[in-house]
Write a protein that binds this ligand. Structure first.
Ligand SMILES: Cc1cc2nc3c(=O)[nH]c(=O)nc-3n(C[C@H](O)[C@H](O)[C@H](O)COP(=O)(O)OP(=O)(O)OC[C@H]3O[C@@H](n4cnc5c(N)ncnc54)[C@H](O)[C@@H]3O)c2cc1C
Length: 276
């Protein structure tokens, strides 16, 4: 950001995307990550703040659609959103930060402590990307399979995130030293239960790994079982076995394992108590 020569505030998504072609350009959303960047190669900043079409939350019978410029405060205050989504938005930083941090920024930044992607993984959300070639929608797990910088390379802008209905029951839990600190570990679980049997499960972990991801081993341990202590304990064990915690100066390895175990159970219990 130290060599910025051009500051552009496009009025349409098409205009924003056309500027993304320039290799020295950078998108500005809430700015909480961008302002820390001292990348000397950035010459052009593309500010999305005028794009009203990216600022709305739409609820329909088929889906929930969150524009990329929707802030965490908007998520907290909106009615009709899944409680896990609100909990994840609430878990982020402080009120002044939540007033500016956006859905798109949470997905694109790709730092270990991002809270929202973990909840969205458990919801099976889909990320909408717009480029000059058109609009594509990809499952969030695929979006996060590589660092978002790579996924967004070639002039792609996140324009929205969609969560399909019927919604799964989702629980989100964050563990941090204080309410405003970065997560040491966060966990989300999404369940679809019919006739007393778990038909579909999503378990997602963040912070204790470099980039939020799903844990298929835990999901397999849940599908076909009755929701309850026994199945949740099996899933928690699977998470501990499958997830290699990244080194964290705040906590030891054994403590990280205990966190994975207890937070998985807590996220699953929260999911079963949640309303869709
Ligand atoms: C003190 C502090 C504490 C924080 N605590 C937490 C926390 O506990 N949990 C948490 O989850 N976050 C936390 N954050 C925020 C987090 O670190 C990121 O800064 C934030 O998620 C970025 O969102 P933003 O809207 O501010 O994006 P920006 O800073 O504007 O952008 C971040 C990156 O995403 C790119 N980008 C943004 N929008 C798009 C888009 N629509 N399409 C393509 N690329 C895009 C930008 O080019 C940039 O590379 C904290 C931040 C600070 C400063």
């Amino acid at each position: 950001m130290i060599n910025v020569e051009k500051f552009i505030r496009p009025a349409t998504v098409a205009a924003a995307v056309s500027h993304l072609k320039t290799p020295d350009s950078l998108v500005l959303a809430g700015g909480t990550g961008v302002t820390l960047s001292r990348d000397p190669n950035v010459r052009t900043v593309i500010d999305l703040s005028e794009l009203k079409e990216l600022k709305s939350i739409e609820l329909s019978d088929e889906r929930i659609r969150l524009g990329a410029m929707v802030t965490m405060t908007q998520l907290r205050r909106a009615s009709g959103l899944p409680s896990a989504l609100v909990a994840a938005a609430r878990a982020i930083g402080s009120t002044p930060l939540r007033n500016v941090i956006t859905v798109g920024g949470e997905l694109a930044r790709g730092v270990y402590w991002n809270d929202l992607p973990v909840a969205l993984l458990a919801m099976g959300a889909v990320v909408e990307l717009t480029s000059e070639s058109g609009v594509e929608k990809i499952p969030i797990a695929a979006f996060l399979a590589e660092h978002p910088k790579k996924t967004l390379a070639g002039g792609k802008l996140i324009t929205a995130v969609e969560i399909g209905r019927p919604l799964a029951q989702v629980g989100y839990v964050k563990f941090a030293r204080t309410e405003v600190d970065y997560a040491i570990c966060n966990l989300a679980a999404g369940l679809r239960v019919a006739d007393g049997v778990i038909r579909e499960a999503r378990v997602a972990v963040g912070a204790i790994v470099p980039l939020a991801r799903r844990v298929p081993e835990a999901e397999q341990a849940l599908v076909g079982a009755a929701p309850g202590e026994e199945a949740f304990a099996r899933a928690a064990k699977a998470v501990v076995e499958a997830v290699e915690p990244r080194p964290d100066f705040r906590v030891g390895r054994e403590y990280q394992r205990q966190l994975l175990e207890s937070l998985t159970r807590r996220a699953l219990e929260t999911a079963t108590q949640s309303e869709q």
